[in-house]
Write a protein that binds this ligand. Structure first.
Ligand SMILES: C[S@@+](CC[C@H](N)C(=O)[O-])C[C@H]1O[C@@H](n2cnc3c(N)ncnc32)[C@H](O)[C@@H]1O
Length: 262
């Protein structure tokens, strides 16, 4: 297996193991950002709505009543996420969920979609600018896209900031500056940081959720239990005691694809 394939398969396995816990712990906490993303998409042309990195597909509960009768399509890498998304979708007609890599969409979507919506997937992809450009390419003229992702700095202090600190995460995030430039023919309707309050029962509860039910799972698979146990100890030692409330901000980018009439 090549290195990128190995990374992709570890990401998929990580989210497979995390899926049930993610649904229980993170989906309710991330709900305000999902709502903001859905509300940023209005007045779209005919065509399906595509949701890359849909996870358990919380977007669907808001998209379906907002766009009755539309085909809504979720794509996610993780088989377990797809299973949970299909469970959610089983209550609704006109919904499909596909398992696959959403980093580069199947060319069959090119120029066909009314809207693309993606929440908290982009920052996990190896080449986010290329991915968002491929998502934008799926839009018809006049179509709208809203992407919400966690930026390099989601907060100055708090549970997310402390996790970055103990992880000593120095990943190159220069791609964030190039996202808008990656979208030719886009009218930027909103590009802002959107913050909501989030509560964790304790620092340990948040760390364990990130480890067992969130983005740390793939790292745990790569680095092993001893590494995670040491990281947890450092995290808890540096964190405040008791319930932890913070106000992290995500970047919300909403664009419309130009039409000939524009
Ligand atoms: C943080 S979850 C967000 C899920 C959902 N959008 C939400 O807001 O709850 C990120 C999702 O991205 C998916 N993902 C990560 N890399 C992916 C890829 N290359 N292609 C498709 N999905 C991917 C994961 O499997 C996971 O379900």
């Amino acid at each position: 297996m090549t290195e990128p394939d190995e990374r992709l398969s570890r990401t998929a396995r990580g989210w497979d193991e995390a899926a049930d816990g993610y649904q229980a712990y993170f989906v309710p906490r991330f709900a305000p950002w999902v709502k903001a993303a859905v509300e940023a998409v209005a007045e779209v042309p005919d065509g399906p709505i595509l949701v890359p990195c849909c996870g358990t597909f919380p977007e669907l509960d808001l998209l379906a009543p907002r766009f009755p009768g539309r085909a809504i399509v979720g794509i996610d890498l993780s088989a377990e996420m797809v299973r949970l998304a299909r469970e959610r979708a089983s209550r609704l007609p006109d919904v499909d969920v596909f398992q696959g890599d959403a980093a580069a969409l199947d060319p069959r979507w090119s120029g066909t979609c009314a809207a693309v919506l993606s929440v908290f997937g982009l920052q996990q992809l190896p080449a986010p600018a290329a991915a968002i450009s491929s998502w934008f390419g799926a839009l018809r003229p006049g179509g709208r896209m809203c992407v919400v992702y966690w930026p390099e700095v989601a907060e100055e202090t708090g549970p997310f900031a402390l996790l970055d600190e103990v992880l000593e995460d120095h990943a190159d995030r220069s791609w964030e500056d190039g996202l808008v430039d990656a979208l030719a023919d886009a009218v930027v309707e909103r590009d802002e940081l959107v913050a909501y309050p989030m509560t964790h029962p304790s620092a340990a509860a948040y760390f364990d959720a990130a480890d067992r039910a969130g983005p740390l799972r793939a790292l745990a698979l790569a680095r092993g239990d001893t590494f995670i146990a040491e990281l947890r100890q450092q995290y808890v030692d540096q964190a405040p005691a008791g319930e932890w409330i913070h106000h992290p901000h995500a970047r919300l980018l909403a664009v419309r694809k130009l039409t000939r009439a524009d």
